[in-house]
Design a protein around this ligand. Structure first.
Ligand SMILES: Nc1nc2c(ncn2[C@@H]2O[C@H](COP(=O)(O)OP(=O)(O)O)[C@@H](O)[C@H]2O)c(=O)[nH]1
Ligand SMILES: [Mg+2]
Length: 504
């Protein structure tokens, strides 16, 4: 925040990228080689040659846009910092050292990135001045990234020491920026805090990744859960003073009226009607490699936004969720959280501390009057009582079934349900996450009852399956059958052959 008073226009932020990968694989060195910025700024980091805290850098693309970079620590002890830094970014650089290959935190970081819903990135093989990238390593990487967001994405061998292929990497980062969907800056402002400090003459400064909405100088905002209200005295993006910070940017906010000692990392600065809650309805996925299932009422660490909160997982009727499986659950938090509908989170076992899975907030629950003094209704939370939640699910299921094999589209389903868009989105996503329905190509919706009916029919077909043969059995048209078959191909149930499809 050095030049806080200096006004200048900032170049558009194209994308925020986070590093990921095992300790000592060259993440920080790579970012320094790319940007000239050394992210290990703490004296202890310099002394130990190890990243502990999050580091922040940025680089300019040829077209003038800026790429923000969050450098995360690789050490397993600092996964909480990693999860805080990676949440809310657009893409990942997965760094793997050529001489060591895939290591435990390479796996854990990729799993976390995947669970956080990050959907684009680049695999970077570093230290290739020491060891050439071997065909065996490339094969390992291909196998390791299969069925993840890095499958089919570029793999680039570089050296931070000689600068080899850094131009190629820059080009791929530009491509990444071109592929990224611009974020919508409208709506309420929401930024989890990752650093809070005080600068003499300016006062409190808080930094973070803006998840949603925008904020301008002189706006007031709340910091939750602590409940402070402050005025935005100044905003900087990459050390330049700007008037407004928007979704998809890294911002530093100078906040008047709130002492730095009274707010901390993990809190959210927001406008609108966000409220802290202690119960979260969520969908949960347990990683396939975890040794034990997630049990009902198990105590876990929840990493959401930049916060880490202890919680018990109520599985509502289920005894446990097996590794590789998904289910709906309720998190009973030991401290309040402030989050958005649809926000991703990571779950780690209480002990031993390993990442076991993650999920998505379906909608934060209305605070109970005895728990919170905050108002119950809230336009960001769409708190839907549990019984009407199941009722809405049932309505959607019935509408889908009433159309039989002339499948409804997602839009038609919303219209017929007459549910407001936000509530519909929440319920639809919950049903998608729990496997109660699937969204097919062309926007068609397939509920699992129909899918099961089709599976029975397919199992009865001996040999080649064609759209025409199923169309006649189901009394429908090709228009619906082709997207269904494409979906089954994608799921690995059917496989395309020359004359049609076969069951795998
Ligand atoms: N020879 C060589 N050494 C590297 C390269 N990149 C990083 N290193 C060294 O590897 C060590 C760990 O690098 P660092 O960037 O701190 O790893 P991080 O823990 O992943 O951030 C340091 O001693 C670096 O100087 C590289 O491309 N070539
Ligand atoms: Mg580092």
């Amino acid at each position: 925040m050095r030049n806080l008073s200096q006004k200048s226009s900032v170049n558009e932020t194209a994308i925020i990228i986070a590093t990921s990968g095992h300790i000592d694989h060259g993440k920080t060195a790579l970012i320094e080689a790319l940007t000239g910025i050394n992210c290990d700024r703490l004296p202890e980091e310099k002394k130990r040659g190890m990243t502990i805290e999050l580091g922040f850098a940025h680089m300019s693309l040829d077209d003038g846009r800026t790429v923000s970079i969050v450098d995360v620590p690789g050490h397993e002890k600092f996964i909480r910092h990693m999860a805080a830094g990676a949440a809310g970014v657009d893409a990942a650089l997965l760094v793997i050292a050529a001489d060591e290959g895939i290591m435990p935190q390479t796996r854990e970081h990729l799993a976390i990135m995947q669970l956080l819903g990050i959907h684009d990135g680049i695999t970077v093989i570093t230290k290739t001045d020491r060891t050439e990238t071997t065909p065996a390593l490339l094969e390992d990487v291909k196998e390791f990234t299969r069925n993840t967001f890095l499958e089919g994405r570029p793999v680039i061998s570089v050296s931070a020491v000689t600068g080899k292929n850094l131009d190629l990497l820059r080009m791929e980062i530009q491509n990444l920026a071109d592929r990224a969907k611009p974020r919508d800056p409208s709506g309420d402002f929401f930024m989890p805090l990752d650093r809070v400090f005080s600068i003499a003459g300016f006062g409190t400064v808080a930094t973070g990744t803006v998840y949603h909405g925008s904020i301008s100088t002189n706006d007031t905002a709340e910091i939750l859960p602590s409940g402070h209200t402050g005025r935005i005295r100044g905003i900087q993006i990459h050390s330049r003073t700007v008037h407004t910070a928007r979704a998809g940017q890294r911002a530093a906010l100078n906040i008047a009226g709130v002492p730095a000692g009274e707010i901390s990392r993990g809190e959210v600065i927001c406008s609108g009607e966000f409220r802290p809650v202690k119960r979260l309805n969520v969908s949960v996925k347990i990683l396939p490699g975890v040794r034990t299932p997630l049990k009902h009422m198990q105590r876990v660490h929840v990493h959401i936004g930049t916060s880490e909160i202890l919680a018990r997982v109520s599985l509502r009727g289920m005894k446990q969720i097996e590794p590789g499986n998904e289910g709906n659950a309720r998190l009973i938090l030991e401290a309040p959280a402030v989050c958005m509908d649809g926000q991703r989170f990571i779950l780690r076992f209480y002990s031993p501390l390993i990442t076991i899975g993650g999920g998505q907030v379906i909608f934060p629950e209305t605070p109970k009057p005895e728990e919170e003094s905050a108002p119950a209704q809230n336009k960001n939370f769409y708190a839907i009582p549990e019984d009407s939640f199941s009722a809405h699910k049932n309505t959607l299921r019935k509408i889908c079934l009433s159309h039989k094999w002339r499948l409804v589209t997602r839009n038609e389903l919303q219209q017929e349900s007459t549910l407001p868009a936000k509530i519909f989105d929440s319920i639809f996503r919950a049903m998608e996450n729990s496997g109660e329905l699937a969204l097919l190509p062309e926007g068609l919706v397939l509920v699992n009852e129909l899918e099961e009916e089709l599976m029975t029919i397919l199992r009865g077909i001996d040999g080649i399956i064609t759209p025409a043969s199923i169309r006649d059995i189901l009394n429908t048209s090709r228009k619906y059958i082709v997207p269904v078959l494409e979906y089954l191909d994608r799921k690995g149930i059917t496989r395309r052959e020359e004359n049609g499809r076969v069951m795998r």
